[in-house]
Design a protein around this ligand. Structure first.
Ligand code: NAD
Ligand code: WQD
Length: 337
């Protein structure tokens, strides 16, 4: 059975391609490599002993996407391709709506034309919005998003919901990720951000390896256990496995929503302490002002994915630290060597 993975050379995509291959699926990847390296897929091939068919193309290029459906008998699509930097989305909203929203529309049009109607979409906990009570449950309405990135995810969720309502052959699985951390246990594939990392884990890893001097913790005066923000961090390999299990849900028509998180909240200071404990490396940090748009604390109600898909996170924060560190030490400059 062949799965098309858009954005499959990226961080979560490459880990998912690996899990698909080891679960016996054939995989075709479309990625324009704007935030990834083809090296990730070469390493996935080495780790699995299997091959990946790769197309370097833009998700908005209808002819290129049509060509893939003509050449391969695709059973289902896992759609990761998109832009994901929250701050950048505020500065360049059109880029985000073009790639994330128009790109998803082009993909869905190409799928419809090819008669492929099973889609898994990378959504985000951010769609619950600024005012949702915690923990977030899938039956809560989407809330007020605070940036074009989050709005683009909410818009695509709605578009896919409408498509599956209009045509009963369609199945759209909306996976709302919480905060993915970590890397594959081999230390061969991991997160490789371009420029200064926006996210906490790659920043800590780059401080640890000497690429950056010190971590700024954005605020320690929140109403949380130690004053720093709390998030639901999950291991990227657990997240990748969630996609393989979610393929089961594409067998039923309609829209299916799942949180992929651990159900536990960890503070920024606890993350730093865990990294230091697991690696023995001290992370110099200072307290900086709050970052605009940060919510104090959110985490998943994670039971639906377990009861319906049989998925739950198996790894904890220490595993995420160990595996991030292994990846970062093996690849201090990411895929650039
Ligand atoms: P990533 O940037 O590593 O992966 C996205 C991939 O899409 C990259 O390989 C990039 O080259 C590709 N891409 C971007 N624009 C494209 C285009 N126009 N055409 C074709 N390919 C294109 O990011 P990731 O962390 O692996 O995230 C994957 C998906 O999950 C994204 O949709 C992201 O919004 C979503 N998501 C990520 C997180 C997170 O914290 N990492 C959380 C929630 C949701
Ligand atoms: C985590 C915590 C920061 C960096 C974002 C998106 C979300 C989703 C995941 C895609 C926060 C603190 C961070 C630093 C810090 N992405 N921090 N110093 O903001 O929870 O979620 O990525 O869908 O939509 O918003 O993740 O890793 O940026 O931050 O103190 O240098 O770490 O304030 O509390 P976030 P993050």
């Amino acid at each position: 059975m062949t799965i098309l993975v858009t954005g499959g050379a990226g961080y979560i995509g490459s880990h998912t391609v690996l899990e698909l291959l080891t679960s016996g699926y054939d995989v075709v990847v479309l990625d324009n490599l704007c935030n990834a390296s083809a090296e990730s897929l070469k390493r996935v091939e080495l780790l699995t002993g299997k091959t990946v068919t790769f197309y370097k193309a833009d998700i908005r290029d209808r002819a290129a996407v049509d060509g893939i459906f003509e050449r391969h008998r695709i059973e289902a699509v896992i759609h990761f391709a998109g832009l994901k930097a929250v701050g950048e989305s505020t500065a360049k909203p059109l880029d985000y709506y073009s790639v994330n929203v128009s790109g998803s529309v082009v993909l869905a049009q190409a799928m419809a034309a090819a008669g492929v109607t099973k889609l898994i979409f990378s959504s985000s906990a951010t769609v619950y919005g600024e005012d949702a009570p915690v923990p977030y449950r899938e039956d809560m309405p989407r809330g007020k998003t605070s940036n074009p990135y989050g709005t683009s995810k909410a818009m695509v969720e709605q578009i896919l919901t409408d498509i599956s309502f209009a045509d009963e052959r369609w199945s759209a699985v909306l996976l709302r990720y919480f905060n993915p951390f970590g890397a594959h246990l081999s230390g061969q594939i991991g997160e490789d951000p371009q420029g200064v990392p926006n996210n906490l884990m790659p920043f800590i890893a780059q401080v640890a390896v000497g690429r950056r001097e010190s971590l700024s913790i954005f605020g320690d005066d929140y109403d949380t256990k130690d004053g720093t923000c709390e998030r639901d961090y999950l291991h990227v390999v657990d997240l990748a496995k969630g996609h393989v299990l979610a393929l089961k849900a594409t067998e039923q028509s309609g829209t299916h929503i799942y949180n992929l998180g651990t159900g536990k909240a960890t503070s920024v200071k606890q993350v730093v302490q865990a990294f230091e404990r697991v690696t023995g490396v001290t992370i110099p940090y200072s307290i900086a002002p709050r970052r605009a748009g940060d919510l104090p604390a959110f985490w998943a109600e994670a039971s639906k994915a377990f009861s319906e898909l049989g998925w739950r996170a198996e790894m904890g924060i220490d595993d995420m630290m160990r595996d991030t560190w292994r990846w970062q030490q093996n690849n201090p400059n990411g895929y650039r060597g």
